[in-house]
Design a protein around this ligand. Structure first.
Ligand code: HEC
Length: 113
């Protein structure tokens, strides 16, 4: 009985974390980044392609993306062609934890729908 309760607690925490990343992403990023179609910014699908090529490991992917988004910099950008086309992404002022959750969600999600 105790064991079952523990398993339930762990899975609901995981579920919550997954939903949190998704909610934060949809609330804060999709206004500019469409899932598959570029409009005022590259699609998240395209960004993910560049980032997974550069950072195949989750930890490095999440670290670099959350740091870059926290203060966008043309010198360290993975997609300089996108800056030429759309201009540098504005600094949004989100805290590091929020950006880490969002970056994890992007790494884990298959956007090819
Ligand atoms: C106001 C519009 C806007 C919003 C909101 C926005 N972005 Fe961007 N983003 C851009 C534009 C434009 C680019 C392409 C130019 C560039 O790379 O700076 C970009 C590029 C990027 C890149 C690629 C950077 C590189 O290495 O070249 C990442 C990663 C990214 N955005 C993540 C995010 C995440 C995560 C969010 C949500 C927290 C977000 N963006 C919200 C406009 C936006």
């Amino acid at each position: 009985m105790k064991k079952a309760l523990l398993i339930f607690t762990i899975s609901s925490v995981t579920l919550f974390a997954a939903n949190l990343g998704e909610t934060l992403f949809n609330g804060n990023c999709t206004s500019c980044h469409n899932i598959t179609t570029p409009n005022s910014a590259p699609s998240i699908q395209e960004i993910k392609q560049y980032y997974t090529k550069a950072f195949p490991q989750k930890d490095a992917f999440v670290l670099f993306m959350s740091e870059w988004v926290s203060s966008p910099d043309a010198k360290t950008a993975m997609m300089p062609h996108a800056i030429k086309k759309y201009g540098l992404m504005p600094e949004l002022g989100y805290d590091k934890d929020t950006l880490t959750e969002i970056s994890k969600y992007i790494f884990e999600t298959n956007f090819k729908k």
